[in-house]
Design a protein around this ligand. Structure first.
Ligand SMILES: Cc1cc2nc3c(=O)[nH]c(=O)nc-3n(C[C@H](O)[C@H](O)[C@H](O)COP(=O)(O)O)c2cc1C
Length: 340
């Protein structure tokens, strides 16, 4: 059976739903050529930060040694510190080079949280050839004096100001920490987003009890982390007028299939490619193709959103009712039958 893996995301026609998420390896043309050859459909460049655009310089915490001690030699695809792009000029040069060297769409990424002059950089990214722009709004709102409403208004103003200076398709990457996430997503769409990327994965600090220090912790994802974005993609699909991109925790073809069934148009991967290299892409695409043929799905379109909240047999499973059901089903490990 012939299966059609093509999908549409942000108005772009993609050869399949696998996209490399923003991460340092998308700053390396040689690595991008390898993942393109392995079949990836598009990639998101690492974010250029508001602060970098404002100041033109920024020091980046080295993550290399931390990553190496954690994941060892398996991380052959892990980028070095030189692979971080730290100035606006270098960013535009990298974007132009990527456009010349690769045939898949290139999505640029800006990280910011305050509206201001820096947002004009979005127009330069468009001139340099970006096929789309991802606005990564990553912030920890720690001021007890600032309300949720103020934060949301600021975010919306930022989306509007980026939308105003560029006509390329715009995706907004968000964290999950909003009180009324469904409502906020709809307002982000109304403010000008064509897509939502769910979710930003915050690096959480740890405490070193020997050195009495707070330490940044770079930890690659694992599949258990995909449950939160999976739920929200299923809830929002068909309800908010945007394309949905899944990011976090996709480490196998099964994970990709789950996200597609929930309603994602594309699945973005970073950790799995950093750990396993381009083979992860070719293997996942082969397995996706086989699964679709076996299940008699002729296209991605025919399965996308099949288990979103509105279509699944038990819509309450995405809500509070599921919490009670799950607790009632819990069987302490000591009482579990081994054949269960
Ligand atoms: C080392 C590293 C750097 C990253 N840099 C960025 C970035 O610049 N911008 C961004 O939006 N996300 C960034 N991310 C987050 C990824 O794009 C992705 O959303 C996240 O890793 C979850 O996907 P995964 O489970 O496939 O790793 C980074 C992730 C890693 C591991």
């Amino acid at each position: 059976m012939n299966v059609d893996l093509t999908t549409r995301y942000l108005g772009l026609s993609l050869r399949n739903p696998l996209v490399i998420a923003a991460c340092p390896l998308t700053a390396q043309i040689d690595k991008l050529l390898l993942v393109e050859q392995a079949g990836v459909a598009a990639f998101v460049m690492p974010s250029l930060f508001e602060e970098q655009i404002e100041q033109d310089t920024r020091s980046i915490e080295p993550v290399e040694s931390e990553a190496e001690s954690r994941y060892g030699p398996a991380l052959s695809f892990f980028p070095g510190i030189d692979d971080f792009v730290t100035t606006p000029d270098a960013y535009l040069r990298l974007l132009e080079e990527a456009k010349k060297s690769l045939s898949v769409p290139v999505i640029a990424s800006l990280n910011g949280v305050t509206p201001g002059g820096w947002t004009k950089f979005a127009a330069l990214v468009e001139s340099a050839g970006a096929d789309a722009l991802e606005l990564n709004m990553y912030s920890m709102e720690t001021d007890p004096g600032v309300t949720a409403q103020e934060i949301e208004e600021r975010y919306l103003e930022l989306v509007q100001s980026v939308r105003a200076v560029t006509s390329v398709p715009l995706a907004v990457k968000l964290g999950p920490y909003f009180t009324a996430f469904a409502n906020f997503s709809r307002r982000v769409a109304v403010a000008g987003a064509d897509g939502l990327v769910l979710f930003n994965r915050f690096f959480q600090p740890d405490i070193d009890v020997r050195r009495f220090a707070v330490t940044p912790l770079l930890q690659l994802s694992d599949p258990s982390e995909m449950r939160l974005p999976l739920r929200w993609i299923a809830v929002l699909h068909g309800r908010v007028d945007v394309d949905l991109a899944a990011t976090t925790g996709a480490h196998s073809a099964n994970d990709v299939i789950k996200y597609l069934l929930a309603g994602a148009s594309v699945v973005m991967v970073a950790s799995a490619v950093m750990q396993h290299g381009p083979e992860f892409i070719s293997k996942t695409l082969n397995e996706l193709r086989s699964w679709m043929a076996q299940q008699e799905f002729s296209s991605i379109k025919s399965l996308c959103g099949m288990l979103d909240q509105q279509s699944c047999p038990d819509p309450a499973s995405f809500e509070r009712a599921n919490y009670m059901k799950t607790l009632l089903q819990y069987i302490a490990p000591a009482n579990r039958r081994h054949d269960a």
